[in-house]
Write a protein that binds this ligand. Structure first.
Ligand SMILES: [Zn+2]
Length: 127
């Protein structure tokens, strides 16, 4: 369904936005807190650079914000639908706990989404 060449492939698999083969992050696991969100300087497969200027990934904070809002709305709608007499205080406590658990994943997703805004897939020429 999602194939190499789709931006979603690069985002979900944390692969290089240029070739969709090389790794984008230093660590494949976003929950590896020692290397959380550390982007490689360039792709080890195609050599494509993952940054155009210093501070390039500061813009990914906007993506983090959008993902956070999406998670909150999804969580809130699910709570209202599934839990008729919900307590807002308990809801907030559960949401904050769940959001803290998701933070490393959202941080990594925001960086790879931001990179995919600027870098496109370049299909290799068959030789
Ligand atoms: Zn690459």
């Amino acid at each position: 369904m999602i194939r190499k060449g789709d931006k979603l492939y690069s985002i979900i698999k944390f692969k290089c936005p240029y070739c969709h083969e090389g790794e984008f992050f230093q660590s494949k696991n976003p929950y590896n807190l020692k290397q959380m969100g550390e982007v490689r300087k360039a792709c080890c497969t195609c050599g494509g650079k993952f940054s155009t200027e210093p501070g390039f990934y500061q813009g990914s904070y906007y993506v983090t914000y959008a993902l956070g809002v999406a998670v909150f709305v999804t969580f809130w709608v699910a709570t209202v639908v599934l839990w008729k007499d919900y307590d807002p205080v308990i809801f907030c406590a559960i949401f904050v706990g769940a959001f803290l658990m998701l933070t490393p994943l959202l941080y990594a997703l925001s960086k790879i989404i931001w990179a995919n805004f600027f870098f496109s897939y370049k299909k290799k020429d068959p030789k």
